[in-house]
Design a protein around this ligand. Structure first.
Ligand code: DGL
Length: 262
């Protein structure tokens, strides 16, 4: 089936998911929306995030006739996926959640750090996930206000100082052996974070599992694209440049970014 897959995030963070999607599904077309004009999501009221998720989904369906939607944002998934699924029952919707389950399987010390936005950590969805795994490991959850915005702005000094502050709050360096990057922006600070926590700590993000899940869903619905040269369209509701720069840097994608007014 030739329709594209819609992907959105509050900004450039979802590119970490898009990267995994393009590797897993090399014949699919993608339309990526960075909602930079209404970011950050993680420090806003969930009703704002729900409204934005609705507006973007409506746009992607009306203008691009997407065959599936990937919410490439932990905060938006936590706030809105249940509502979007109710409202759009015919649209396959795949979300992203912090990789607590893989971390619980991987951790030897059973002490796991979780970095995410305040919105994700305080959501009912995340709290239920945490509760379901509480017998398997100790999770040290750290809200990281400002970190996604610093990554969005490419502010290296701020990324460094906030990362230092938040990883220090997880305890001494030998305290956790696994660190969950529970916001799709954070893989773009992976080197800084790895440096700060040391090489013995395994950093986990959700890109590959989300891409595999998307593959499974499309296959089950028999809507996978046949082998062909695919396209990726990048759109932003805010400044064009951060998305252009990040797409070039991380995905080697040089397509022009389309400005959206939604
Ligand atoms: N990238 C988003 C996430 O995965 C949130 C960043 C933001 O606060 O806007 O949670």
């Amino acid at each position: 089936m030739h329709a594209p897959i819609g992907v959105f995030d509050s900004g450039i963070g979802g590119l970490s998911i898009l990267q995994a999607l393009r590797a897993e599904l090399p014949s699919e077309d993608f339309v990526y929306v960075a909602d930079s004009g209404h970011a950050p999501y993680g420090e806003r009221d969930p009703t704002h995030v729900i409204e934005r998720a609705r507006a973007i989904t409506y746009y992607l369906r009306e203008q691009h006739h997407i065959k599936a939607l990937v919410i490439a944002c932990n905060t938006a998934t936590a706030a809105a996926i249940h509502l979007l699924r109710q409202e759009q029952p015919d649209l396959p919707i795949i979300g992203v959640e912090p990789a607590l389950k893989p971390a619980a399987q991987l951790s030897k010390t059973r002490r796991i750090g979780v970095m995410a936005t305040q919105g994700t950590l305080s959501s009912a969805k995340f709290q239920a996930l945490l509760e379901s795994l509480k017998d398997q490991a100790d999770f040290i959850c750290q809200p990281c206000s400002g970190l996604a915005s610093a990554i969005e702005a490419g502010d290296a000094d701020k990324i460094q100082s906030l990362s230092r502050h938040y990883t220090a709050a997880l305890g001494p360096n030998d305290h956790v052996d696994t660190l969950v990057l529970g916001c799709t922006h954070y893989p773009f600070a992976r080197e800084v974070l790895q440096d700060l926590v040391g090489p013995s700590v395994t950093l986990l993000d959700s890109g590959a599992p989300v891409a595999r899940q998307t593959h499974r869903v499309l296959k089950a619905k028999a809507v996978l694209a046949p082998a062909r040269e695919p396209s990726t369209l990048l759109c932003s509701t805010g400044e064009i440049e951060p998305l252009q720069v990040a797409a070039h840097r991380w995905l080697k994608l040089d397509t022009a970014v389309k400005q959206l007014f939604i």
